[in-house]
Design a protein around this ligand. Structure first.
Ligand SMILES: [Zn+2]
Ligand SMILES: [Zn+2]
Length: 635
């Protein structure tokens, strides 16, 4: 008999080899119907998988992250089966679950068109109605190779060839469709009640542009139609806010084939970016950070010493200068350390806070690039703090305060995760305990709830991650606070203590926004391009009723500019309604209309973005109001 321990601590006994389904049924029939799998001793299993030893057991439903993984991954097999039925020549590559749905990569001469998606969807529904159960078949590597060779499934063969020699290979069979897969899967595909195939994209085999471009079909599925409908609504909203689309319409940035993943910021985008930079810089000055700027290129030696060569080489760019090997920095830490090491600090000088808006370059696969969200160069709002162990708690509290304040200004709620010591960590248990406890104490002092990711810290130290939530409920990991025991060792950092002895400082890496590029992408989508006044590239559009009032309009616009406001004068000989509509399309926060009455009274008629008419104002008064709105960074 084996002991199965449930999350509430109770223990059920079962025969060796009991199925997940039977364990779940023993708890309750209703639970068994609602479950899609279980986490057994940390491993995700399907309902038909068997348990052979004592285990911690947690049921997984669709609502759980792991449940969605099982559900969506199974849906991708059903989609592949449907494609096999409709397009017998199709060759299948990989079909994983992703954060939101699933995809399958397919090699097929026929180019998929949107009408195909409908046909495939209909075929999937037919397959689901048949109610096939998912069968698992275990075979040897040799037999697997033979089988997929007969089917001429070249991608599956490639996958199998890369598996270790003695690896047990599992196949899954739904009806006439057999796929190579580790599982786990839904036992009953009838659970897939609502499906939508969303889009077709190109994707290189293994994400490598030297390989053949395959066709990728994205889809999503749910247990209930209502959930699908809600999801599609959110998707539509997200599409309207897509920062690539808005970035182009609002003339903020662009990306060109001359440099995939290397964004160009246009004048309006730079205003937005600079406002964020000014704001951050002012906040850092208040908090006694010293700003530094370190070179983009440093010799290769330092990257060996920092460990980047061993751990990060594949994501780095290299170059030669005077025949010597150099690398383009993927991170700012070594530069910061060189600054620290350029003199000997006393304990009285610490904590030392060095901030850098540091541009880094990292190689990303071309298939992974995505607008400003995934780029090959970005600027981190980075900082490194060097301190004594007894400073850790207070420093972390200060950083949390900074992050909390900055996110608040943009109107973001956020949640926090704490990651602790992984298995092959660097540093002593005692160091880790002190560091982790300081992080916990800081979080407790700030009364912040956090999710604990046991064993998920970097090998060089524990960390706190900050995930912001945008206006449509999506979350983005931005800020991070990481303690580091490794770099101070590798670079032999020192300070002189009270007794004149040399000691190692503790080092913290931290970012608030993460990357300016990505954060701006998030901001564009969060505000749907309707930025608060302090960030808006153009704050006021001055619109004369007709050409006759251009003189007065000019006067107004000059006064606004003199007051430091960003105004644009629409000089075109177009209809008033057209010009106002266009200002709204450009998401300019205020439109000032000027005509005969306004000129006579020396006022402006003020309209807000969205159409609200605020009435007429003396210019000096409205300037004062807008300056207050800007100073308060009102959202
Ligand atoms: Zn599978
Ligand atoms: Zn760093």
């Amino acid at each position: 008999m084996i002991k199965i321990k449930l999350p509430d601590g109770s223990i059920n006994e079962h025969e060796v080899g009991v199925s997940v389904l039977d364990i779940t049924k023993n708890i309750s029939e209703g639970l068994a119907r609602a479950s899609v799998g279980a986490v057994v001793n940390g491993e995700l299993m399907g309902m038909m998988d068997t348990v052979n030893e004592d285990a911690d057991f947690k049921v997984v439903k669709f609502e759980d992250e792991e449940g969605k993984e099982i559900f969506w991954h199974t849906s991708s097999h059903v989609m592949a089966y449907a494609i096999q039925n409709l397009f017998p020549d199709a060759k299948f590559a990989i079909g994983p679950a992703i954060d939101s749905g699933f995809y399958y990569d397919i090699d097929l001469e026929h180019r998929f068109v949107p009408e195909d998606l409908e046909k495939i969807e209909a075929e999937m529904k037919k397959i689901i109605k048949e109610g096939y159960s998912v069968e698992k078949i275990v075979i040897s590597k040799e037999d697997a190779l033979k089988m997929f060779e007969e089917k001429d499934e070249i991608y599956k063969l490639d996958l199998i060839e890369h598996l270790p020699e003695d690896e047990e290979i599992s196949l899954y069979k739904i009806g006439d469709f057999v796929d190579l897969c580790r599982g786990p899967h839904l036992q009953d595909i009838k659970k897939i009640k609502a499906i939508k195939l969303l889009s077709i994209a190109g994707a290189y085999w293994r994400g490598d542009e030297k390989n053949k471009m395959l066709q990728r079909i994205y889809g999503i599925s749910f247990e209930k139609k209502k959930d699908l409908d809600e999801h599609l609504e959110r998707l539509e909203e997200a599409q309207k806010r897509d920062h690539r689309k808005l970035g182009k319409e609002l003339d903020l940035f662009s990306i060109h084939e001359e440099g995939p993943g290397f964004p160009f910021f246009h004048p309006k985008g730079m205003i937005l970016r600079n406002q964020i930079e000014y704001f951050l810089r002012a906040e850092l000055e208040k908090r006694n950070y010293g700003e530094i700027k370190t070179p983009l290129i440093l010799n290769e030696e330092i990257w060996h010493r920092s460990g980047h060569w061993d751990h990060y080489k594949d994501n780095m760019y290299f170059t030669k200068i005077d025949g010597e090997d150099y690398a383009i920095k993927p991170m700012n830490c070594p530069g910061s350390i060189i600054v620290y090491n350029s003199k000997l600090f006393s304990y009285r000088d610490l904590p030392l806070r060095l901030s850098e808006f540091g541009q880094v370059h990292r190689h990303e696969l071309s298939g992974a690039l995505h607008g400003l969200f995934r780029v090959r160069t970005f600027t981190q709002d980075d900082a490194h703090v060097f301190m004594l162990p007894e400073h850790i708690k207070d420093e972390i509290i200060d950083i949390i305060d900074l992050i909390d304040y900055i996110y608040g200004v943009f109107g973001f709620k956020y949640r926090v995760e704490l990651s602790t010591k992984p298995e092959n960590a660097m540093g002593s248990d005692e160091q880790w305990e002190v560091a982790t406890n300081s992080l916990v104490e800081a979080l407790d002092a700030k009364k912040l709830d956090y999710k604990l990711n046991e064993g998920d810290g970097a090998f060089y130290g524990p960390k706190i991650d900050f995930h912001i939530e945008d206006a449509i409920g999506r979350t983005w990991q931005c800020g991070t606070i990481q303690l580091d025991f490794q770099m101070p060792e590798r670079f032999e950092l020192e300070y002189v203590d009270a007794s004149g002895k040399k000691e190692r400082p503790v080092m913290v890496h931290r970012t608030v926004l993460g990357s300016f590029e990505r954060f701006i992408g998030v901001l564009i989508e969060h505000f749907a391009g309707k930025f608060p006044l302090w960030l808006a590239p153009v704050q006021i559009e001055v619109v004369p009723v007709s050409e006759k009032f251009l003189g007065y309009a000019n006067e107004v616009s000059e006064q606004l500019e003199k007051a430091g406001l960003r105004a644009h004068l629409d000089k075109r000989n177009e209809k008033l309604g057209y010009k106002i509509r266009e200002a709204q399309l450009n998401k300019i926060p205020y439109v000032f209309v000027v005509g005969e009455k306004e000129e006579n009274d020396k006022v402006v008629s003020v309209r807000k973005l969205g159409g609200e008419d605020l009435g007429s104002f003396a210019i000096a008064d409205i300037i004062k109001d807008l300056q207050v709105e800007i100073d308060e960074k009102r959202i």
